[in-house]
Design a protein around this ligand. Structure first.
Ligand SMILES: N[C@@H](CCC(=O)N[C@@H](CS)C(=O)NCC(=O)O)C(=O)O
Length: 232
């Protein structure tokens, strides 16, 4: 019997559950949860009726609370856990930090990560024929260009030598979103590796890989990125 809260996720190749997983490792609370990892592609468990009862949007991640209710949407789950558990406040300590973290997280999620995931879904069969019904090369290509344009703005922001988006000593949640966006840009079928295109994002990506929390979050070796999955 376990009294751990359940979190419904996917392998590390999937960027939104990975944002949550990376947050949990950076916060030091990952071992306090029971993780149920769905088979996202061939089985498509996330779109079956059992999961739809927990999250009608048919997505991961989803967290089950002690009273049996559910909370989903990555940023919502992260902000809830960050406030509930002790330790470093990864979504920011002060109201200003929280505001800036949300600003950067929104910019990166909406304009970079969501663009790349849309390109993933519409440029090829994405999650597989059982799940993907839309193919739209022009839309996918537009999304890829938007992601690159916004990544260039973030690269400029990092050009002043700061290590993390807010300029502090440790990454915040927006940095976690940016790390997963870079990782997903490198996913073989996406073929838009942001670290190879942008100098400061490259240094930033190297910096992330040194962190124990990052290494723990990618320990399943299912990111699809050879440099992560084959490291010592
Ligand atoms: N807005 C959602 C997006 C979640 C999302 O897109 N999750 C993907 C994995 S990265 C998913 O579950 N996709 C399943 C599907 O499309 O069937 C969030 O932040 O939680």
């Amino acid at each position: 019997m376990t009294s751990k809260l359940k979190v419904f996720t996917s392998p590390s190749a999937f960027p939104n559950p990975q944002r949550l997983r990376l947050f949990m490792h950076e916060k030091g609370i990952a071992d306090q949860f029971e993780e149920i990892i769905y088979d996202m592609t061939s089985a498509g468990e996330q779109r079956g009726w059992r999961h739809l009862k927990t999250n009608p949007w048919g997505e991961t991640p989803t967290l089950q609370l002690a009273d049996g209710s559910f909370i989903s949407e990555t940023a919502a789950v992260v902000r809830y856990l960050d406030q509930t558990y002790p330790g470093r406040k990864i979504t920011g300590d002060t109201p200003l930090e929280q505001g800036l973290d949300t600003m950067w997280d929104d910019r990166i999620w909406v304009h970079i990560l969501y663009r790349i995931t849309t390109a993933f879904h519409v440029l090829h069969t994405g999650l597989g024929f059982k799940l993907e019904l839309t193919n739209n090369a022009a839309w996918g290509e537009h999304c890829r260009k938007e992601a690159l344009a916004h990544a260039a703005l973030v690269d400029q922001h990092l050009a002043d030598g700061r290590h993390w988006l807010l300029g502090g000593d440790e990454p915040t949640f927006a940095d976690i979103t940016l790390a997963t966006a870079i990782a997903f840009s490198k996913y073989p079928v996406n073929a838009t590796p942001l670290d190879e295109r942008f100098e400061f994002l490259d240094a930033y990506w190297q910096r992330w890989q040194q962190r124990p929390g990052f290494q723990a979050a990618y320990a399943d070796r299912q990111s699809g990125i050879p440099a992560l999955d084959n490291r010592d």
